[in-house]
Design a protein around this ligand. Structure first.
Ligand SMILES: Cc1cc2nc3c(=O)[nH]c(=O)nc-3n(C[C@H](O)[C@H](O)[C@H](O)COP(=O)(O)OP(=O)(O)OC[C@H]3O[C@@H](n4cnc5c(N)ncnc54)[C@H](O)[C@@H]3O)c2cc1C
Length: 365
C-alpha cells in the first residue's frame, strides 16, 4: 500500500451494479472484491468520511498518520467503486430503492447503538460513551479543546475499554481505572492489550460492577460500585460496595445494531442481521457482513470471515472472475490479499488484529 502500487487488476466490466451500505472495513472489503470481479459498486456511507471505525472509532494512537484514509484510497484505486458520503440508508435512501436500482445489496453498517449501563444517574454530565468520545478525539483539530478527566473510570472489558483508558492516560488524566465485572480471563481485550494498558499506567479492577453514579451540582463526581462473584455460573453482586472518585466515567460496554434503517424488512438473529452460510440475509438479493451481521460481533477476524464469503455466489449476479497480478512469491501474494486494515497496518506503526496472540505496535499519539 505504501509503495503506491496496485497489486490487483479489475476484471472486464460485467455491467452489474451492487450497492454497498457502509464504508467501514466490511463494506470496503466487499466493494473491493466485487470491483475485482468487474462489478460496478456504489458505497452509500452515512458519514462525511469513509473508513468506519478505523476512521472514527479506533483510538488515535493505534491508527496513525491518516492510515484509514490511505487505505480507503488504496481500495478505490482498483476502479469501479464510487462512494457517496453523507448518504444514510433509512434517511437519504431506502432499502427498496437500492434493491430496485441494483442487482444486489451488501449491508456493512456496523453497530450504531450503545448499550445502557442501567445505572442511576447515567445521563449525568461527565458520563460519556467511549466510542463517541474517541470519534470526537479522532476528528478534533485542536486536542486542547477536548474535555479530559483527571480521575477517569472506564466501565467495560473489551477493546473499546482499553482504547479509551490508554487514550485518556495519553491525554493527561491523572488516574485511570478500568472496572470489569468478571476476571482477567473473561475480558474480551487480549492479554496483550490488558498488559499494554497497565504499562501505560491504567489500573484494572476485576469483579466489580457499577451501582450508582455519584453526582454533585449535576456533574459526576464518583461511582458507587459493588463487588461481584459467580454463583452457580451466574454473575451477581456480593452486597459489598465501595466508592471511587471520578470526574469522567466512560461507558465501554458494547455496541448494538440499530435495525431502523432496514425498516424491519430483514430477519434478525440475536439483535443483528440474520445471515446464512453464504452471508445472504432473509432477502434473496441482500447480503450482510462485518459487525452488523449475526455472528460477526466486534469481529477482530473480520478478514477471515470475509475470506469465507462466497464471492462467486454473491456474484451469482455474474460469475465474472477478477484477476490479481501474480507477482512475487506465493507468500507475498497471500500477504497482498490481506487488504484488511490491521493486517496491513503493522508496518505503518499501528495496531495488529485483536487475536489473543497478536501483537500491537504502538506509536505515540
Ligand atoms: C474502540 C474500538 C476499538 C477496536 N479495536 C480493535 C482492534 O484493536 N482490533 C480489531 O480487530 N478490531 C477492533 N475493533 C473492532 C473493529 O473496529 C470492528 O470490528 C470493525 O470496524 C467492523 O467493521 P464494519 O465495517 O462491520 O463496521 P464499522 O467499522 O462500524 O463501519 C460501518 C460503516 O457503516 C456506516 N453506516 C452505519 N449506518 C449506516 C446507514 N444507515 N447508512 C449508510 N452508512 C451507514 C458507518 O458510518 C460506518 O462507516 C474495535 C472497535 C472499537 C469500537
Amino acid at each position: 500500500m505504501r509503495s503506491g502500487k496496485q497489486p490487483f487488476q479489475r476484471a472486464t466490466a460485467t455491467g452489474k451494479k451492487v450497492a454497498v451500505v457502509g464504508a467501514g472495513p466490511a463494506g470496503l472489503a466487499c466493494a473491493h472484491r466485487l470491483a475485482l470481479h468487474g462489478h460496478d459498486v456504489t458505497i452509500f456511507e452515512a458519514r462525511k468520511k469513509s473508513g468506519g471505525l478505523n476512521e472514527y472509532g479506533i483510538a488515535a494512537y493505534k491508527t496513525v498518520d491518516g492510515f484509514a484514509a490511505a487505505e480507503v484510497d488504496f481500495i478505490l484505486r482498483i476502479g469501479g467503486i464510487r462512494i457517496e458520503n453523507g448518504k444514510a440508508l433509512g434517511k437519504a435512501i431506502t432499502l427498496e430503492r437500492l434493491r430496485k436500482d441494483h442487482d444486489a445489496v451488501f449491508l456493512g453498517m456496523g453497530l450504531q447503538g450503545v448499550n445502557a449501563l442501567n445505572t442511576k444517574h447515567e445521563d449525568t454530565d461527565g458520563v460519556e460513551d467511549a466510542v463517541d468520545y474517541i470519534a470526537e478525539l479522532r476528528q478534533a483539530k485542536d486536542l486542547g479543546k477536548l474535555k479530559v478527566g483527571r480521575h477517569v473510570l472506564v466501565i467495560g472489558g473489551g477493546m473499546t475499554a482499553i482504547d479509551i483508558a490508554v487514550q485518556s492516560k495519553l491525554l493527561g488524566a491523572e488516574d485511570v481505572t478500568i472496572l470489569y465485572r468478571r476476571g482477567a480471563q473473561q475480558m474480551k481485550a487480549s492479554d496483550f492489550e490488558q498488559e499494554l494498558a497497565q504499562t501505560k499506567g491504567v489500573k484494572i479492577k476485576h469483579w466489580v460492577m457499577p451501582k450508582k453514579v455519584l453526582t454533585k451540582d449535576g456533574k459526576a463526581v464518583g461511582l458507587e460500585c459493588e463487588y461481584t462473584a459467580e454463583k452457580k455460573g451466574r454473575l451477581a453482586g456480593t452486597g459489598e460496595t465501595f466508592k471511587l472518585k471520578a470526574d469522567m466515567i466512560f461507558k465501554a460496554i458494547g455496541q448494538t445494531f440499530v435495525p431502523k434503517p432496514i425498516e424491519d424488512r430483514i430477519a434478525l438473529d440475536g439483535g443483528r442481521i440474520k445471515i446464512d452460510a453464504s452471508r445472504r440475509t432473509s432477502l434473496p438479493d441482500v447480503w450482510a457482513g462485518g459487525d452488523c451481521a449475526a455472528g460477526g460481533q466486534i469481529d477482530p477476524h473480520l478478514f477471515v470471515s470475509l475470506r469465507r464469503f462466497p464471492w462467486q455466489t454473491f456474484a451469482a449476479i455474474s460469475p465474472a472472475s477478477g484477476r490479481r497480478t501474480r507477482s512475487g512469491s506465493p507468500r507475498r501474494r497471500r500477504r497482498i490479499k490481506s487488504i484488511t486494515w490491521f493486517a496491513r497496518s503493522r508496518r505503518a506503526g499501528v495496531a495488529s488484529c485483536g487475536r489473543r496472540s497478536a501483537r500491537i505496535r504502538i506509536s505515540s499519539m
